[in-house]
Design a binder for this molecule. Structure first.
Ligand code: GDP
Ligand code: IMO
Ligand code: MG
Length: 430
């Protein structure tokens, strides 16, 4: 494992945090490269459950360095809270560095996020309200404040003096009543800057040295391929590029280093947010998928996740746009106890078969999935899944192995990691 990129194959929440924590056992560095505190990555160690939003998921492994790359938008107050909460649970969090080029999510970004969502109506994605869209808009519009500015009081003040009145006018134009007070905003942010300054470095340069010393690096994707700003269900996805190529840009490393690309894939599909979802189900099957295995509720927003069958049309595209070299299939235990399990192998649109995932949301919403049915497998207790995981892939129920083999042949990539429960120990492969 020289450099492995781990990305979500679907609509996020595939279990990336769990897989990163698992792989981090053999990694020297974990790097977040895009997204922001919209991510919610769960790691379970023994009975201890952690939900990371900005901290990379390798942070519990003391020998592993954790970098927040320049492609991430950082909400300083949120990050400090996470650092404190993790320290309070006995982890020193000295193994963290933040890129001086990462953009800062300001409180006005969150206000604007809420206002834009309301104004967008049916075009709204149902965002996490973490200010992600407005922060990336400012980055591209060159209104942004970066970490190197946050730790420089003079530059911070000068920038805020220019930007705050513009944001105030925007908030008013949107019909919002919030007042952005320059002095208190400056005082708050300068305080955050002081506390975060010891972590702020040129992470790209740091990584370059690590690569030269043959360190093993894990790139931790957030969100998922179908939420990607370029390849996802636009405009219902997020505002950053979530595919493997973004690791090069967002971490500041050459693309030749990204040779191993693992797509974390839930054994079914889930979605928190709006937009078309061809294999969505409701009724008792949805209840089953949502309630088993800890429940399908957003890690960041706690909203119930919409759920549906595995969709190979989506996944074929994910394999292609990421250049996946392997899959990590999660939550197979959650399907346990269903008699029959469906897998979408194609779409029909107005009576015609469609091979590729459509760009048009109108077409996508009119697509009918074509299913192949599989025999289910038993509903085992977590301890039973863990003892099967200890024995390896061959010990899994035959129906699980058939399901995985079908995924491999349909997608043309090997299943390298199998996850059958939340704890680290419920994992096979590496
Ligand atoms: P991420 O955003 O991709 O890191 O995923 P989340 O952490 O938001 O959501 C995944 C949820 O599924 C978390 O509650 C995990 O603890 C849980 N999880 C991960 N893998 C498995 C698995 O194989 N089985 C079960 N039952 N839960 C899992
Ligand atoms: P992880 O990393 C699932 C969804 C939101 C919304 C859309 C845009 O935990 O997999 P945003 O706040 O980014 O502007 O919201 O994207 N979304 C996620 N859904 N997992 C995530 O992250 C998500 N991050 C954003 O629900 O529909
Ligand atoms: Mg999540």
């Amino acid at each position: 494992m020289p450099a492995t990129v781990v990305v979500g194959s679907q609509f996020g929440d595939e279990g990336k945090g769990k897989i990163i924590d698992f792989l981090a056992d053999h990694a020297d560095v974990v790097v977040r490269f895009q997204g922001g505190a919209n991510a919610g990555h769960t790691v379970q160690v023994g009975d201890e459950l952690y939900a990371f939003h900005l901290l990379p998921s390798g942070v519990l492994r003391r020998r592993t360095m954790n970098l927040i790359g320049g492609g991430v938008v950082v909400e300083p107050g949120q990050l400090l809270q996470e650092i404190e909460a993790t320290r309070a649970r006995g982890h020193p969090v000295t193994n963290l560095r933040i890129s001086d080029r990462a953009h800062v999510v300001m409180p006005y970004h969150k206000v604007i996020d809420g206002l834009e969502e309301k104004l967008k109506g049916s075009l709204g994605a149902g965002t996490t309200l973490r200010g992600i869209g407005p922060a990336f808009e400012d980055k591209v519009g060159r209104f942004g404040i970066r970490m190197c500015d946050l730790v420089d009081p003079e530059v911070l003040r000068a920038k805020l003096e220019k930007i705050v009145p513009i944001k105030q006018r925007l908030i008013e134009a949107y019909g919002g009543g919030d007042r952005v007070d320059l002095d208190s905003l400056y005082r708050e942010q300068v305080g955050y800057g002081e506390r975060l300054a010891p972590f702020v470095i040129d992470t790209s340069d740091w990584l370059d040295a690590a690569i030269k010393r043959k360190k093993r690096i894990l790139f931790e994707g957030a969100q998922g391929t179908h939420l990607c700003i370029d390849h996802g269900i636009y405009p219902f996805g997020t505002s950053s590029d979530c595919v493997a190529g973004a690791a090069s840009v967002g971490a500041g490393v050459g693309p030749q280093h990204l040779t191993d690309i693992v797509g974390v894939t839930k054994a079914f599909t889930s979605r928190v947010g709006t937009g078309p979802f061809p294999t969505e189900v409701d009724g008792p099957i949805a209840e089953h998928l949502r309630e088993r295995g800890g429940g399908e509720y957003g890690t960041t927003t706690h909203r119930p996740r919409r759920v549906g069958w595995l969709d190979l049309v989506m996944l074929r595209m994910s394999v292609r746009v990421n250049g996946m070299t392997g899959l990590a299939v999660t939550k197979l235990d959650v399907l346990g106890g269903l008699d029959r399990i469906k897998v979408c192998v194609g779409y029909r649109h107005k009576g015609k078969a469609i091979k590729d995932f459509p760009a048009s949301m109108r077409v996508l919403s009119e697509c009918e999935p074509t299913y192949r049915e599989f025999r289910g497998w038993p509903d085992l207790a977590e301890t039973e899944w863990i003892s099967l995981a200890k024995k390896g892939k061959r010990a899994l129920p035959a129906a699980v192995r058939t399901y995985l083999a079908f995924m491999e042949t349909q997608l043309g990539v090997p299943v390298r990691i199998v996850s059958v429960g939340r704890p680290r120990s419920a994992t096979i492969g590496g």
